[in-house]
Design a protein around this ligand. Structure first.
Ligand code: ADP
Ligand code: MG
Length: 594
């Protein structure tokens, strides 16, 4: 069989982002596994010892190499994946620079054993970059590469390695990312001969997420997909109640490659903007597949970043697709989580006075699983017919049909509405609910281009600081579109002349100060586009029915009706829940009746 690897010509080498690919053991694991995937492997076994310092071994059942290729593979810029400049525009493989094996071999002792199907095996050994002869050796079809004593000849880099547990965690993360991108491939990772990951080939990414992250996380994910040529986006996103304190579970893949990309991160954050609280972060495994001509993977030495040619288009596609999925799936499940939380919280409090370590266990046994809540026959929790409930619906936003079933009974402490439906009860936060209603009304008015305005009988004059003055000057045109007419009066003085009709009668000065505050908080980085909903949320908060206000039954009914006419009735624009529901089953369980 003839050799397929070629040394790249100089002009092409110069176009390739040069740089260090071997930073730590995890980089070696990543490069070797990528090669296995490029070779068409369906099984990849990774064994490391001493967190990769002593040994990294990657064995695959891929295409294998000829004797010539096995020798050529370790030359710098030797690759079988691209040959000419146009190929750089159409990269579908994980590798393309022909640098990884050369770099790895220069800082370790490498053994490569490889065989193509039906051909004799070949063994090559390299120490610190000097290639030994190739010899015949028995080998199953595929390739096994062993990297011994990484950085043995570069003590400085050895010193930069972190603790074994840190390096191991990077290795696990690297394998997990590769495994998420390729659920169809079997992966196994062992450390010091103990299994760390063992992932049989999975049917889809949801199953892979389950294998990797367990039921608790994967059970709270929604699958979604959407397409707008030349890109397609799909993946798994967390229900709004499954938010996290950091961005660990935000992963982005472009054409199967795990990447960091600020624009994609931003799209995810934006999709959840009024669904998770300020300092919380949504969960998302997002896969963008796009014609390779539209993406440059040649921008980072370790190929960890990509650049889109149509960046804002991809950004908007991702944001809209997630938003749509959240809307379609909206809330039943999210709320089941909230009910669970509320019940757990209730139990914690109830247990507070009770002696005993058993309370922990009792929480664990408490049978409030999301499925139980979902199974409840209450119109609220199960607005969709069974079978449709978990599906992401890409069509127009389904309206929540349950308002009619929810009948207000009373108000607690002038703040919360108690209501019942045919199989349970709900507590509604009147302020949060009204904020949501106003927010969506303002949003609708804004999008339709006509925010009804009301002129102030007495224009309100206000004096600002210098920084605020500059900020406000920039904001004026956008404020006008939002229905707030403000004029410069000279120096740092402004006059408010009109406000949106929905907000009439409120304190327009403090409204404007709050908007400026909001813009200052988020402003620098953001375009007004991204900020608009934040500003609308501030606006909605102003006249919203405050806590400690008595409502008549009729007012409560009106509010509930308005709330459930909303696109996202279950949280206020700041991400707090508007409603918490208990099914009769749950109530009975709390009273130990069942
Ligand atoms: P690149 O992946 O950028 O081409 P590498 O240095 O990682 O560069 O690998 C060089 C070449 O060695 C690859 O192009 C491929 O032809 C061959 N190769 C490396 N690993 C394997 C493998 N596991 N199975 C088959 N061929 C491999
Ligand atoms: Mg490679």
């Amino acid at each position: 069989m003839s050799s397929v690897i070629k040394i790249l010509p100089d002009n092409l080498i110069n176009k390739i982002a040069a740089g260090e690919v071997v930073e730590r053991p995890a980089s070696v694991v990543k490069e070797l596994v990528e090669n296995s995937l490029d070779a068409g492997a369906t099984e990849v076994f990774v064994d490391v010892e001493q967190a990769g310092r002593r040994l990294i071994k990657v064995a695959d059942n891929g295409s294998g190499m000829t004797r010539e290729d096995a020798l050529l593979a370790f030359e710098r810029h030797a690759t079988s994946k691209i040959a000419s400049e146009p190929d750089l525009e159409a990269i579908r493989t994980m590798g393309f620079r022909g640098e990884a094996l050369a770099s790895i071999a220069s800082v370790s002792r490498v053994r490569l054993l490889s065989a193509q199907r039906g051909a004799a095996g070949v063994l090559v050994e390299i120490e610190g970059g000097s290639l030994g002869p190739a010899s015949d050796a028995a080998s199953p079809p595929g390739t096994t590469i062993e990297v011994h004593h990484l950085f043995f000849n570069t003590p400085a880099r050895l010193k930069f390695l972190k603790s074994p547990s840190t390096e191991l965690s990077h290795i696990i993360a690297a394998v997990s990312h590769l495994a998420m991108a390729r659920p169809d491939v079997r992966f196994r990772l062992t450390h010091d001969k103990k299994a760390v990951l063992d992932l049989p080939a999975a049917g889809d990414v949801g199953e892979r997420a389950f294998q990797l992250y367990g039921q608790e996380l994967s059970g709270n994910l929604l699958a979604f997909s959407a397409e707008r040529a030349p890109a397609r986006v799909s993946g798994l996103i967390g229900k709004p109640n499954c938010d996290r304190g950091d961005k660990t579970y935000q992963e982005f893949y472009v054409n199967g490659r795990f990447v960091r990309n600020p624009s994609l991160s931003h799209a995810l954050a934006e999709a959840y903007r009024d669904l998770v609280m300020r300092d919380r972060h949504p969960v998302g495994f997002i896969f963008v597949d796009i014609d390779p001509a539209f993406v440059d993977v040649n921008v980072h030495p370790a190929k960890a970043e990509v650049r889109f040619r149509n960046q804002s288009q991809v950004h908007d596609l991702v944001r809209d697709a997630i938003r749509e999925a959240l809307r379609g799936a909206h809330a039943p499940d999210a709320r089941a989580g909230r009910v669970q939380e509320a019940a757990a919280e209730y139990l914690r409090n109830a247990d507070a006075g009770v002696v005993g370590p058993s309370s922990e266990r009792r929480h664990a046994e408490w049978p409030l699983t999301p499925s139980l809540s979902r199974e409840g026959s209450g119109g609220l929790i199960s607005p969709l017919p069974p079978g449709e409930r978990n599906e992401v619906r890409g069509d127009a936003s389904p309206r929540f049909p349950a308002a009619a079933l929810l009948q207000p009974l009373a108000q607690v402490h002038g703040s919360f509405i108690i209501a019942q439906d045919n199989d349970g009860m709900a507590l509604i936060d009147q302020h949060a609910a009204h904020e949501r209603v106003l927010f969506e009304k303002l949003q609708d008015q804004y999008t339709s281009g006509t925010v009804p305005q009301q002129s102030l009988l007495l224009p309100v004059q206000m004096e600002l600081g210098h920084a605020e003055t500059e900020l406000l000057k920039e904001l004026l045109p956008e404020l006008r579109r939002l229905g707030i007419a403000v004029e410069e009066f000279g120096g740092t003085t402004f006059v408010i002349k009109a406000v949106p009709a929905l907000l009439a009668g409120g304190d327009s000065k403090s409204l404007l100060m709050d908007i400026i505050g909001e813009v200052r908080l988020h402003g620098q980085s953001g375009k007004m586009d991204a900020l608009r909903d934040e500003v609308l949320a501030v606006m909605a908060c102003h006249p919203a029915i405050k806590v400690h206000r008595r409502l008549s039954l009729q007012e409560m009914e009106g509010l509930i009706g308005d709330l459930f006419a909303c696109r996202m009735p279950h949280s206020c624009p700041h991400g707090r829940p508007t409603i918490i529901r208990f099914s009769m089953d749950e109530i009975k369980r709390m009273f130990k009746r069942i």
